[in-house]
Design a protein around this ligand. Structure first.
Ligand code: ADP
Ligand code: MG
Length: 323
């Protein structure tokens, strides 16, 4: 009888599950998938590094959820339906309890969204998680960043800012009450990817992005690729009770508009679509709020109730910008 090496033991024990959506899953040199005729293959990859993207003491089940959730969110932002994921894991050591909890978080979410893990890679080194996700979108119908037009409305789903408020609290930039912190940190660790919403927005939204680096920064990406500018009304940004408490302070406001990790969708749409979008919000039971307008020009300005620009420190997370 042969025994698996630790690497293959990890793969066999924790990451080999039936891959319902695939022709061939974990175990061979490549996975095989059958792509539907008339669909574009949507592909995205995200890396999470310990200490950069998550606190090193994070619960592994939560981390498994988040590693997949951020990728599902990219599918949502494109209006794509996710099917297949690949997981590249770099681990400092083999800890089977940790891996079992991580796999539980990952597969619970994968099952919820009918996504199959079809392969990956397992190596030793500083804790790093890379997930590749693949899905399908009808050819030509994907929600791109480049489609916003002058005069379009700007919308967001859900509440903005709770995840960033939890990060700001952890970094000592502001203080959340204990209950508020526990609630906000769940938004940070267990975001709900807006996959169904993304698909429903095909044909309604002119451009879309998920809010991962910060509302203003991510909207800035839409503006850049669409060659337009934008104004956002601070008072229109949908806030949870926690956000409402902290928006009056500079640190709170900065976190809300420039912090990221909400994984809500920000999208643009023609004003004629307002009613359809509100109907969609009701039908899907998700909050959709109009927060601003696409303008001629460049860049995103945040406007106060007096119509004047509000100054914000920092515009979102960038791995290589100077501190
Ligand atoms: P190769 O040497 O061809 O890269 P590996 O030995 O790395 O193959 O992996 C063996 C099989 O296990 C492959 O099918 C690969 O996709 C899968 N695999 C490796 N690590 C993981 C992981 N963390 N999660 C899921 N599948 C994995
Ligand atoms: Mg390999």
């Amino acid at each position: 009888m042969t025994h698996d090496t630790p690497e293959f033991d990890v793969i066999a024990r924790h990451f080999t599950r039936p891959a319902a959506n695939a022709v061939l899953g974990v175990g061979d040199d490549c996975a095989l998938v059958d792509v539907t005729n008339g669909m574009d293959l949507a592909v995205s990859v995200d890396t999470m590094v310990s200490g950069t993207h998550f606190f090193p003491d994070v619960d592994p089940e939560t981390l498994g959820h988040k590693a997949l959730a951020v990728n599902l969110s990219d599918m949502a932002a494109m209006g794509a339906l996710p099917y297949w994921a690949m997981l590249a894991l770099t681990l400092p050591r083999v800890d089977h309890d940790w891996l079992a909890a991580f796999a539980k978080g990952f597969f619970d979410l994968a099952e919820e969204f009918n996504v199959s893990l079809i392969g990956g890679d397992t190596t030793r080194g500083p804790l790093t998680l890379t997930v590749t996700i693949m899905g399908e979108v009808p050819a030509g119908a994907a929600l791109r960043r480049g489609g916003a037009k002058v005069g379009n409305d700007i919308w967001v789903s859900g509440y903005i800012g709770d995840a960033a408020l939890a990060v700001a609290h952890r970094h000592g930039k502001l203080v959340l009450a204990e209950d508020d912190y526990h609630e906000a940190v769940m938004r940070l660790y267990e975001p709900t990817p807006r996959v169904a919403l993304g698909q429903a927005l095909r044909g309604l939204a002119t451009a879309a992005i998920d809010v991962s680096d910060g509302l203003l920064a991510d909207l800035g990406h839409i503006c850049k690729l669409s060659r337009v500018g934008a104004t956002v009304d601070l008072a229109a940004i949908p806030l949870s009770p926690i956000g409402t408490k902290h928006v009056p302070s500079d640190a709170g406001r900065n976190a809300i508009v420039a912090g990221g990790d909400d994984y809500e969708l920000c999208f643009t749409a023609h004003p004629n679509s307002r009613e359809s979008i509100q109907d969609l919000a009701k039908m899907m039971d998700v909050l959709l709020t109009r927060i601003g307008q696409v303008k001629r020009g460049k860049g995103v300005s945040l406007l106060g109730t007096d119509g004047k620009a509000v100054k914000i420190d920092g515009r979102g997370f960038d791995h290589f910008s100077a501190p």
